[in-house]
Write a protein that binds this ligand. Structure first.
Ligand code: FAD
Ligand code: DHB
Length: 388
């Protein structure tokens, strides 16, 4: 088998890259270890920045997102029994859309398959070779057969636990990392939305986030021990904890409902600045992870592949390697700002068990500053909508 771009991973990064390359007349093959049903149903992100919405719309895959996604013009920060609105649109002229990641995946898979694009699901034993040469290869098992894909370029879009990053020799790879001493407990609930807008709540018992999916399904998260287990959390305990953390003095309460999914995710900040090695490029979570507090992960994956698609287009149109060579620096400029914002939101909103009373007072003062100062609220809003 031969193609121009061998793309490893059918997450938002890999699928969108394949679609953008197709629009530019560049062939690709996408290799994915999981099944189509699995990738189209895994619950993950929910918030799309305006720039992400624009890229999906311009690429012709934004129709369902515009019809079914919910446009949000603000978010709320809750602390000290009060809620404070950050008016994203008034502060930045932009908005966000709440539209689940697995729906973006469904839209992209449908677009690729409608254009006879090649996505090979349920591959195994993926191995990358020859990235220091002009003829890199990817070998894998597909439907019981050992296969070999030859390509001009290999693009690692295989997430944090994929194989692509580790195909770069450790001696040539530079990585930065921080893990956090807490995780998020996420639930999906059958109920009407509790709030028109997302609520990020800081409380001494720990952070909580009220998000939404559809008019009848809600997404809620609360800070937990990353090593805890969902079995320790019967529904009554979850509701008691959420009510305690998002209590407000105006009598507003979270709507309860049937909880039909529970999961725990760990939190880390991670950047592999070596986003290119020879003919291998990394994009999305394969190269960087943010804690979810800033809602940046999927948006960064989208902006990486937009830069990469432009660079490959320029290369194939005879524009040389300048944009390909410049890809890591261009992508990293945005990545580091999103890393900073996600770290800052995480630090401001979560409870750190080892924080001193002074540090806790500083955390509260920072929140008061953000909601009390237009300049600080605007900085938060600009970062949240991705207005740079
Ligand atoms: P992934 O989505 O991880 O896709 C990688 C794909 O590669 C997977 O399908 C995987 O099966 C496949 N793969 C792995 N190994 C191999 C292999 N060896 N060979 C072939 N295929 C392989 N981001 C936001 O922007 N907004 C949010 O609101 C938000 N909320 C989040 C909430 C939660 C609870 C979580 C967990 C994440 C959230 N994120 C959010 C982050 C976002 O989900 C990720 O950043 C995003 O999925 C990254 O996309 P990706 O394509 O780079 O990687
Ligand atoms: C969601 C996830 C996030 O990480 C976030 O900051 C906001 C919303 C969500 O899944 O809806």
């Amino acid at each position: 088998m031969r193609t121009q771009a061998a793309i490893i991973g059918a997450g938002p990064a890999g699928l969108l890259l394949s679609h953008l390359l197709h629009l530019q007349g560049i062939e690709s093959v996408v290799l994915e270890t999981r099944s189509r049903a699995d990738i189209e149903s895994t619950i993950r992100a929910g918030v799309l920045e305006q720039g992400t919405m624009d890229i999906l719309t311009n690429a012709g895959v934004g129709e369902r997102m515009r019809a079914q996604g919910a446009l949000h013009h603000g978010i709320e920060l809750a602390f000290g029994c009060r809620r404070h609105r950050i008016d994203l649109t008034e502060l930045t002229g932009k908005a966000i859309t709440v539209y689940p990641q697995h729906e973006v995946i469904r839209d992209l898979v449908a677009a690729r398959l409608a254009a006879q694009g090649q996505i090979l699901f349920e591959v195994a034993d993926v191995a990358i070779g020859g990235i220091d040469t002009d003829a890199p290869t990817v070998t894998f098992t597909y439907r019981g057969e050992h296969e070999r894909l030859e390509a001009d370029f290999v693009i690692g879009c295989d997430g944090f636990h994929g194989v692509a990053r580790n195909a770069i020799p450790a001696s040539a790879r530079q990585e930065f990392q921080r893990t956090y001493p807490f995780g998020w407990f996420g639930i999906l609930v059958e109920s009407a939305p509790s709030s028109q807008e997302l609520i990020y709540a800081q409380h001494e018992r720990g952070f909580a986030l009220i998000s939404t999916r559809t008019p009848t399904v809600q997404r809620l998260y609360f800070q937990c021990d990353p090593h805890d287990s969902v079995e320790h959390w019967p529904d009554d305990r979850i509701w008691a904890e959420l009510h305690a953390r998002v209590e407000t003095s105006d009598g507003w309460r979270i709507n309860e409902g049937r909880i039909f999914q529970k999961n725990i995710i760990g939190m880390r900040s991670f950047v592999c600045t070596t986003m290119r090695h020879g003919r291998l490029f990394l994009a999305g979570d394969a190269a960087h992870i943010v804690p979810p507090t800033g809602a940046k992960g999927m948006n960064l994956a989208v902006s990486d592949v937009r830069f990469l698609a432009e660079a490959l287009d320029s290369h194939y149109r005879g524009g040389g390697t300048a944009l390909l060579d410049g890809y890591p620096a261009r992508a990293l400029q945005r990545i580091w700002r999103a890393e900073y914002f996600s770290w800052w939101m995480t630090r401001m909103l979560h409870t750190f068990a080892d924080a001193t009373p002074f540090e806790r007072a500083m955390q509260r003062a920072e929140l008061e500053n953000v909601v009390g100062s237009r300049a600080l609220a605007q900085a938060l809003a600009e970062n949240y909508v991705g207005a740079f």
